[in-house]
Design a protein around this ligand. Structure first.
Ligand code: XBP
Ligand code: MG
Length: 253
């Protein structure tokens, strides 16, 4: 058993509910502004979330849902340009304050910092989207709270592949047994578990029916002293919100 030294966070769905009212809306705005009659409903977007990464998701949609679409000669370029437009819309939404942090996230990050816990991020989303979200929700200096922000195309194989977690562990020179991960999705849990990392899951509306059997604890959210979490699987003892003491306890078990 290692000593708990670092917390590693997923972003989308974990730090904030970014997907339905953030990424999805930004994709739709980009489609409209590029003259495409594509519209990703809340329901359809739930299906498309099976594909991690914005560029990969657009490519999958074209292939599987738009047989009518005549692809341009350089499809990768077309997708990359469309995704760049989407990234601008996403950043606008973040700047407007449309995407708040999930319950308990700010408190836990602050406490972790006060106690000298090392922090990192492992996400499939593009780096500018991650830094924009952090800056607007936690302050301009907050990206520097994280020793490593592994994002987007930093590894070729995105979640559910474990590569992004391997990248973080190597960059921090840590063993998997020295860390705890926070994820919100089955794909995310697959990625972290395959890297040998103990994982706490906070579900959201898109992920609550997924399989989290490999997680050490599954919660509806991290909770606050006056807003207790609900334990969906695992054992949090008599705790009602996730703090560093509970993180140590879960890691040691
Ligand atoms: C996040 C994703 C991302 C976002 C879109 O997954 O799947 O693709 O939906 O981000 P995870 P970009 O939470 O597992 O990291 O458009 O910036 O790629
Ligand atoms: Mg996620």
């Amino acid at each position: 058993m290692g000593e708990l030294r670092a917390l590693i966070f997923d972003v989308d769905g974990t730090l904030a509910d970014t997907e339905r009212d953030g990424h999805r809306v930004a994709f739709n705005r980009a489609f409209a502004s590029e003259g495409l009659d594509w519209e990703w409903s809340v329901l359809l977007y739930g299906e498309l979330l099976a594909i991690a990464g914005g560029k990969e998701r657009i490519g999958f949609y074209i292939k599987e849902y738009r047989p009518d679409f005549a692809p341009p000669a350089d499809l990768d370029r077309f997708i990359a340009d469309l995704h760049a437009v989407k990234t601008r819309y996403y950043q606008q939404l973040v700047a407007e304050g449309a995407i708040p942090l999930r319950r308990g996230v700010k408190r836990l990050l602050k406490q972790a910092r006060e106690q000298g816990m090392r922090l990192a991020i492992a996400t499939t989303a593009a780096l500018p989207n991650v830094t924009a979200l952090l800056e607007h929700t936690l302050g301009l200096d907050s990206p520097s709270w994280f020793e490593v922000i592994a994002a987007g195309d930093i590894v070729p194989a995105k979640k559910p592949a474990p590569d992004v977690y391997h990248y973080v562990l190597e960059a921090m020179a840590l063993n998997a047994r020295d860390c705890l991960v926070f994820e919100d999705s089955h794909h995310g849990l697959l990625a972290s578990s395959q890297a040998g990392l103990k994982t706490i899951v906070t579900v959201n509306t898109y992920t609550r029916d997924q399989d989290f059997s490999g997680a050490i604890l599954v919660l509806n959210h991290l909770g606050e002293p006056d807003q207790p979490f609900t334990v969906l699987a695992g054992n949090a003892g008599d705790k009602t919100y996730l703090d560093i003491a509970l993180a140590y306890h879960l890691h040691g078990n």
